[in-house]
Write a protein that binds this ligand. Structure first.
Ligand SMILES: [Mg+2]
Length: 230
Protein backbone atom coordinates (compact mmCIF):
# COMPACT_ATOMS: atom_id res chain seq x y z
CA UNK A 1 0.00 0.00 0.00
CA UNK A 2 1.27 3.49 -0.83
CA UNK A 3 1.03 5.37 2.45
CA UNK A 4 2.15 8.63 0.83
CA UNK A 5 -1.48 9.10 -0.29
CA UNK A 6 -2.85 8.64 3.22
CA UNK A 7 -4.56 11.61 4.88
CA UNK A 8 -2.38 10.89 7.91
CA UNK A 9 0.86 11.60 6.05
CA UNK A 10 2.40 14.98 7.07
CA UNK A 11 2.25 16.35 3.50
CA UNK A 12 -1.42 15.41 3.07
CA UNK A 13 -2.25 16.88 6.47
CA UNK A 14 -0.76 20.22 5.44
CA UNK A 15 -2.65 20.21 2.12
CA UNK A 16 -5.89 19.31 3.89
CA UNK A 17 -5.44 22.03 6.51
CA UNK A 18 -4.73 24.53 3.75
CA UNK A 19 -7.90 23.59 1.89
CA UNK A 20 -9.93 24.30 5.02
CA UNK A 21 -8.38 27.71 5.69
CA UNK A 22 -11.10 30.40 5.57
CA UNK A 23 -9.13 32.55 3.13
CA UNK A 24 -8.35 29.70 0.77
CA UNK A 25 -8.28 30.79 -2.86
CA UNK A 26 -11.06 30.58 -5.43
CA UNK A 27 -12.09 27.02 -6.09
CA UNK A 28 -11.00 25.79 -2.67
CA UNK A 29 -13.40 24.55 -0.05
CA UNK A 30 -13.96 27.53 2.28
CA UNK A 31 -13.32 26.62 5.88
CA UNK A 32 -15.94 26.26 8.58
CA UNK A 33 -18.86 27.58 6.53
CA UNK A 34 -22.04 26.03 5.17
CA UNK A 35 -24.56 27.67 2.87
CA UNK A 36 -28.13 26.53 3.55
CA UNK A 37 -30.58 27.23 0.75
CA UNK A 38 -34.31 27.00 0.51
CA UNK A 39 -35.40 25.12 -2.63
CA UNK A 40 -38.75 26.34 -4.00
CA UNK A 41 -38.62 29.99 -5.01
CA UNK A 42 -34.81 30.02 -4.81
CA UNK A 43 -33.66 27.23 -7.13
CA UNK A 44 -36.87 25.75 -8.57
CA UNK A 45 -40.42 27.03 -9.21
CA UNK A 46 -43.17 26.55 -6.62
CA UNK A 47 -44.26 22.93 -7.17
CA UNK A 48 -47.80 23.38 -5.84
CA UNK A 49 -48.38 26.38 -8.12
CA UNK A 50 -47.39 24.26 -11.11
CA UNK A 51 -49.83 21.56 -9.99
CA UNK A 52 -52.57 24.20 -9.55
CA UNK A 53 -52.02 25.49 -13.09
CA UNK A 54 -51.99 21.99 -14.59
CA UNK A 55 -55.09 20.79 -12.74
CA UNK A 56 -57.03 24.07 -12.63
CA UNK A 57 -57.54 23.71 -8.86
CA UNK A 58 -57.04 27.33 -7.80
CA UNK A 59 -56.92 26.54 -4.09
CA UNK A 60 -53.54 24.89 -4.65
CA UNK A 61 -52.12 28.33 -5.45
CA UNK A 62 -51.85 29.02 -1.73
CA UNK A 63 -48.24 28.83 -0.53
CA UNK A 64 -46.27 29.55 2.62
CA UNK A 65 -46.29 33.16 1.48
CA UNK A 66 -50.08 33.20 2.04
CA UNK A 67 -50.33 30.80 4.97
CA UNK A 68 -47.36 30.84 7.36
CA UNK A 69 -48.67 27.83 9.35
CA UNK A 70 -47.27 24.93 7.33
CA UNK A 71 -49.47 22.27 8.94
CA UNK A 72 -52.66 24.25 8.22
CA UNK A 73 -51.50 24.78 4.63
CA UNK A 74 -50.71 21.10 4.11
CA UNK A 75 -54.00 19.84 5.53
CA UNK A 76 -55.79 22.29 3.20
CA UNK A 77 -53.78 21.03 0.20
CA UNK A 78 -54.36 17.34 0.98
CA UNK A 79 -58.10 17.94 1.36
CA UNK A 80 -58.16 19.59 -2.08
CA UNK A 81 -56.21 16.71 -3.65
CA UNK A 82 -58.70 14.27 -2.15
CA UNK A 83 -61.74 16.27 -3.34
CA UNK A 84 -60.37 16.43 -6.90
CA UNK A 85 -58.89 12.89 -6.88
CA UNK A 86 -55.40 14.19 -7.76
CA UNK A 87 -52.89 11.42 -7.05
CA UNK A 88 -49.11 11.27 -6.76
CA UNK A 89 -48.39 9.97 -10.31
CA UNK A 90 -50.19 13.02 -11.83
CA UNK A 91 -48.28 15.40 -9.58
CA UNK A 92 -44.99 13.69 -10.47
CA UNK A 93 -45.90 14.04 -14.16
CA UNK A 94 -46.28 17.80 -13.65
CA UNK A 95 -43.01 18.03 -11.74
CA UNK A 96 -41.30 16.13 -14.54
CA UNK A 97 -42.06 19.06 -16.87
CA UNK A 98 -40.45 21.67 -14.58
CA UNK A 99 -36.95 23.03 -14.87
CA UNK A 100 -34.87 24.95 -12.32
CA UNK A 101 -35.28 28.74 -12.24
CA UNK A 102 -33.21 30.60 -14.81
CA UNK A 103 -29.67 30.92 -13.51
CA UNK A 104 -30.17 28.40 -10.70
CA UNK A 105 -28.12 25.60 -12.25
CA UNK A 106 -25.06 27.79 -12.84
CA UNK A 107 -25.47 29.39 -9.41
CA UNK A 108 -25.64 26.00 -7.66
CA UNK A 109 -22.64 24.65 -9.58
CA UNK A 110 -20.62 27.75 -8.66
CA UNK A 111 -21.66 27.60 -5.00
CA UNK A 112 -20.75 23.90 -4.71
CA UNK A 113 -17.30 24.71 -6.10
CA UNK A 114 -16.81 27.32 -3.36
CA UNK A 115 -18.18 25.80 -0.18
CA UNK A 116 -20.50 23.25 1.38
CA UNK A 117 -24.13 23.55 0.28
CA UNK A 118 -27.15 21.96 1.92
CA UNK A 119 -30.72 22.42 0.71
CA UNK A 120 -33.21 22.76 3.57
CA UNK A 121 -36.68 22.40 2.09
CA UNK A 122 -40.26 21.86 3.21
CA UNK A 123 -40.99 19.95 0.05
CA UNK A 124 -41.18 16.15 -0.12
CA UNK A 125 -38.64 13.62 -1.33
CA UNK A 126 -41.25 12.22 -3.77
CA UNK A 127 -41.61 15.67 -5.39
CA UNK A 128 -37.98 16.78 -5.38
CA UNK A 129 -36.32 13.79 -7.02
CA UNK A 130 -36.59 14.72 -10.74
CA UNK A 131 -35.47 18.27 -10.06
CA UNK A 132 -32.48 17.24 -7.97
CA UNK A 133 -30.99 15.52 -11.01
CA UNK A 134 -31.14 18.85 -12.87
CA UNK A 135 -29.22 20.52 -10.03
CA UNK A 136 -26.58 17.76 -10.00
CA UNK A 137 -27.83 16.21 -6.76
CA UNK A 138 -27.09 18.70 -3.99
CA UNK A 139 -27.60 17.40 -0.43
CA UNK A 140 -31.29 17.77 0.40
CA UNK A 141 -33.03 17.61 3.77
CA UNK A 142 -36.82 17.52 3.32
CA UNK A 143 -40.02 15.70 4.33
CA UNK A 144 -41.80 12.58 3.04
CA UNK A 145 -45.34 11.88 1.86
CA UNK A 146 -47.61 9.10 3.04
CA UNK A 147 -49.10 7.49 -0.09
CA UNK A 148 -51.55 4.61 -0.32
CA UNK A 149 -51.38 1.71 -2.81
CA UNK A 150 -53.53 3.64 -5.33
CA UNK A 151 -51.26 6.70 -5.29
CA UNK A 152 -53.50 8.83 -3.07
CA UNK A 153 -51.55 11.16 -0.80
CA UNK A 154 -53.09 10.49 2.60
CA UNK A 155 -50.66 12.39 4.77
CA UNK A 156 -47.12 13.54 5.23
CA UNK A 157 -44.28 12.92 7.59
CA UNK A 158 -42.23 15.89 8.70
CA UNK A 159 -38.55 15.06 9.07
CA UNK A 160 -38.92 17.06 12.30
CA UNK A 161 -40.75 20.22 13.41
CA UNK A 162 -38.96 23.45 12.44
CA UNK A 163 -36.29 21.37 10.70
CA UNK A 164 -34.66 24.32 8.92
CA UNK A 165 -33.87 26.11 12.19
CA UNK A 166 -32.80 22.92 13.92
CA UNK A 167 -30.44 22.00 11.08
CA UNK A 168 -28.83 25.45 11.23
CA UNK A 169 -28.47 25.25 15.01
CA UNK A 170 -26.98 21.75 14.75
CA UNK A 171 -24.43 22.87 12.15
CA UNK A 172 -23.53 25.87 14.32
CA UNK A 173 -22.99 23.54 17.28
CA UNK A 174 -20.42 21.76 15.06
CA UNK A 175 -18.56 25.09 14.71
CA UNK A 176 -19.79 25.94 11.23
CA UNK A 177 -20.69 29.51 10.30
CA UNK A 178 -24.00 29.47 8.45
CA UNK A 179 -25.08 31.55 5.49
CA UNK A 180 -28.77 30.96 4.67
CA UNK A 181 -31.02 32.16 1.86
CA UNK A 182 -34.78 31.77 1.46
CA UNK A 183 -37.83 33.51 0.06
CA UNK A 184 -40.69 32.99 2.47
CA UNK A 185 -42.16 32.63 5.94
CA UNK A 186 -41.12 29.00 6.35
CA UNK A 187 -37.52 30.19 6.02
CA UNK A 188 -37.67 32.85 8.71
CA UNK A 189 -36.41 30.80 11.68
CA UNK A 190 -33.62 29.41 9.46
CA UNK A 191 -32.62 32.91 8.33
CA UNK A 192 -32.70 34.32 11.86
CA UNK A 193 -30.74 31.46 13.43
CA UNK A 194 -28.06 31.64 10.71
CA UNK A 195 -25.00 33.87 11.07
CA UNK A 196 -25.95 35.56 7.79
CA UNK A 197 -29.52 35.47 6.46
CA UNK A 198 -30.39 36.61 2.93
CA UNK A 199 -33.83 37.05 1.38
CA UNK A 200 -34.19 35.89 -2.22
CA UNK A 201 -37.13 37.34 -4.20
CA UNK A 202 -39.27 37.87 -1.10
CA UNK A 203 -42.74 39.40 -1.27
CA UNK A 204 -42.70 43.14 -0.53
CA UNK A 205 -44.48 42.44 2.74
CA UNK A 206 -42.01 39.77 3.84
CA UNK A 207 -39.05 42.02 3.03
CA UNK A 208 -40.66 44.97 4.85
CA UNK A 209 -41.23 42.80 7.93
CA UNK A 210 -37.54 41.82 8.00
CA UNK A 211 -35.64 45.00 7.10
CA UNK A 212 -32.40 43.72 8.72
CA UNK A 213 -32.04 40.98 6.09
CA UNK A 214 -30.38 41.87 2.76
CA UNK A 215 -32.45 41.17 -0.36
CA UNK A 216 -31.32 39.61 -3.65
CA UNK A 217 -33.57 39.38 -6.71
CA UNK A 218 -31.20 37.68 -9.16
CA UNK A 219 -28.87 34.72 -8.64
CA UNK A 220 -25.93 37.01 -9.42
CA UNK A 221 -27.07 39.31 -6.62
CA UNK A 222 -27.40 36.33 -4.29
CA UNK A 223 -23.89 35.28 -5.30
CA UNK A 224 -22.62 38.79 -4.46
CA UNK A 225 -24.33 38.73 -1.04
CA UNK A 226 -22.84 35.31 -0.27
CA UNK A 227 -19.38 36.42 -1.39
CA UNK A 228 -19.50 39.29 1.13
CA UNK A 229 -19.53 36.75 3.98
CA UNK A 230 -17.96 33.62 2.47
MG1 LIG B 1 -39.37 28.85 -0.76
Amino acid sequence: MDFSQSISSPRRRILWAKALTPDAGAGSIRGMKIVCLDLEGVLIPEIWKAVAEKTGVEGLLRTTRDEPDYDVLMRYRLDLLDQHDIRLPLIQEVIGTLTPLEGAQAFTAWLKSQTRVIILSDTFAEFAQPLMAQLDYPTLFCHELVVDAEGRITGYQLRQQDQKRKAVEAFRSLNFEIIAAGDSYNDLTMLKSADHGILFRPSEQFAAENPELPVAHLHDELKAEILKVL
